[in-house]
Design a protein around this ligand. Structure first.
Ligand SMILES: O=C(CO)[C@@H](O)[C@@H](O)COP(=O)(O)O
Length: 232
């Protein structure tokens, strides 16, 4: 894929954020990576989606050096870069402040695995990070947010848990490319909303048993997956 094609993908993926009602104003960002060239394409900071054009996107190397683009990159760029450096299997990263996922993040609660909708995408509870300390925030807030995500995922393969809640901040999601990452952000918001309603109906609602989690997760993502046509 050419860099221009990746830019087009990243633009479309950013424009999908308001389309799927995941953002208010400019409160979200999508990036994508060209692994062969070692280049990341990300949205510019604070530019409204309806005015965003392909040439507004910023291209950086994995150390954050700007390679193309005149605008300042998303303020969350260092978080995206930590994710790409740590996990070679990622092709796209998304951050939003979507309402229900952010509410769980503000409650500092993992989204419990209670239904098959979540099990189709997330191999268990969607974790919530700890809160960064005052010194961490003053040192390198966005970079350390990335390390916090890595710390919280621990040894979980990221594509088996394609999203997380950053405490008191909001959700980050990822995927094999920018569109896949947005797809996972939409699902994360939806399961956050479902879990919130479930909790209203029954605060003691039980967890989905392991055999159901495995059945649903593996039939979509396992070695012998048979759901759909092998596309999301
Ligand atoms: O949380 C924040 C700002 O506090 C950001 O994630 C959000 O506003 C998006 O910022 P960018 O426009 O990507 O710089």
């Amino acid at each position: 894929m050419s860099l221009q094609q990746l830019k087009q993908q990243v633009l479309e993926a950013n424009l999908d954020l308001p389309r799927y009602d995941l953002v208010t104003f400019t409160w979200g960002n999508v990036s994508g990576i060209d692994r062969d060239r070692g280049l990341v394409v990300i949205k510019p900071s604070g530019v409204s989606y309806d005015k965003m054009r392909i040439n507004d996107l910023v291209v950086l190397d994995l150390n954050g050096n700007r390679v193309e683009g005149d605008l300042r990159p998303s303020s969350d760029t260092p978080t995206h870069l930590v994710m790409y450096r740590r996990y070679p299997e990622l092709g796209g990263v998304v951050h939003t402040h979507s309402t229900h996922a952010t509410a769980w993040a503000q409650a500092r609660r993992a989204i419990p695995i209670q239904g098959t909708t979540q099990a189709d995408y997330f191999h268990g509870n969607v974790p919530c990070t700890r809160l960064l300390s005052e010194s961490e925030v003053s040192e390198d807030y966005e970079g350390l947010t990335g390390h916090l995500i890595v710390e919280t995922l621990h040894d979980t393969p990221p594509l088996t848990m394609p999203g997380i809640l950053v405490a008191n901040h909001g959700p980050f999601s990822w995927g094999k490319d920018p569109h896949d990452a947005v797809h996972n952000a939409v699902v994360l918001e939806e399961v956050a909303r479902m879990s919130w309603i479930t909790h209203q109906l029954n605060p003691q609602a039980p967890a989905l048993p392991d055999y159901m989690l495995e059945k649903h997760y593996q039939r979509k993502h396992g070695k012998n997956a048979y759901y759909g046509q092998n596309t999301k």
